[in-house]
Write a protein of this length. Structure first.
Length: 113
């Protein structure tokens, strides 16, 4: 069981902004997950992985695949109060769900560093 955050690496955001956006994604997709999946994820240690994409187009490609796989997800659009323009899509939260289901779609993405 895991939760994945897919972050856009092509947006100039501070570390704090990236952390805040990842939190929005994590909570948003968590709230859409099945309670049984949440319980299994919690028992297994609540694993989270933050990956990156290099463009909005790449994020939307992943988003469409995630939706088609019927995985819990949450696409983050920033409110525009601080560093980036309003409605900028910053990241995608996926899961928690089975590793295998998520990995089928995200396994080729690199870790955000």
């Amino acid at each position: 069981m895991k939760q994945v955050i897919v972050m856009r690496a092509d947006i100039n955001m501070s570390r704090g902004k990236i952390a805040a956006q990842a939190c929005h994604a994590a909570l948003g997709s968590f709230k859409r997950a099945n309670i049984n999946e949440i319980k299994k994820w919690e028992i297994e240690g609540e694993k989270k992985v933050v990956l990156k994409v290099n463009s909005l187009e790449e994020l939307f490609e992943i988003f469409e695949l995630i939706k088609a796989a019927d995985l819990p997800n949450y696409l983050v659009r920033d409110a525009g109060h601080t560093e980036i323009p309003s409605s900028t899509v910053t990241c995608l939260g996926v899961g928690p769900d089975d590793d295998e289901k998520i990995d089928k779609i995200t396994q080729d993405l690199k870790l955000l560093k």
